[in-house]
Write a protein that binds this ligand. Sequence first.
Ligand code: KIV
Length: 272
Amino acid sequence: MSTAKKEYKRVTVKTLVEMKNHGEKISMLTAYDYTMAKIVDGSGVDVILVGDSASNVMAGHETTLPITLDQMIYHASSVIRAVNRALVVVDLPFGSYQSDPKEALRSAIRIMKESGAHSVKLEGGREIKESIKRILNAGIPVMGHLGLTPQSIYKFGTYTVRAKEEKEAIDLIKDAKMLEKIGCFAIVLEKVPAALAKKVAESVSIPIIGIGAGHDVDGQVLVLHDMIGMTHEFHPRFLRRYLNLYKDMTEAISQYVNDVKSIDFPNHSEQY
Ligand code: KIV
């Protein structure tokens, strides 16, 4: 299979399937605000996820559960204003789609209408099948999310690797096939054994985007603030840090404090 990279002016849901078919890996990162999204989009990332991880990263909550639909729409609108090339996917937050398909559709419509996003992501398999179908029927592209689904953290009890047991692995493959069949354009697969992730990617024709799922999938996603090292207390095995911004920013800000206190800043050329 060729790994040649084709130039795409604008990434769409169709582009992602094309990438899978050509063997080109898909790059995906989170962003929650205009400035970061501008950098991420300008760097050539294919998919920007306005993740409900904003609940942890931006608001400091312990889980993704507290973030609201209004807050997701605020983050998504800021990201959309910055993006020229990437496909923007927005998480439906906890409580905005689990009760019934009508409510799920209302929430998805609000995200699309009020933020200008290109698609939505929902966590879960057969238990939310009817909700996903309802959203798809309205013409809204849906990305699935299987494996570790952080909105169900209190059901799982921990953030450890999912589907290590055969029954859960078989169910996960069934869910992936069901999501493909009803029309999802891609699936995020979080924290499952690499061998299982490979099997899932081979079992469906839509792209599987992994996080902690090894490299035999169709793309990778990370939380931006983790991969640039702004969050420094989080050390999962799957995370590769490309910068240590926590350290660099702390040093720069401490230097600024010193410069202000010592009247080194501002100097003559930095004033009017
Ligand atoms: O909310 C998020 O950032 C996510 C990724 C971890 C895939 O869902």
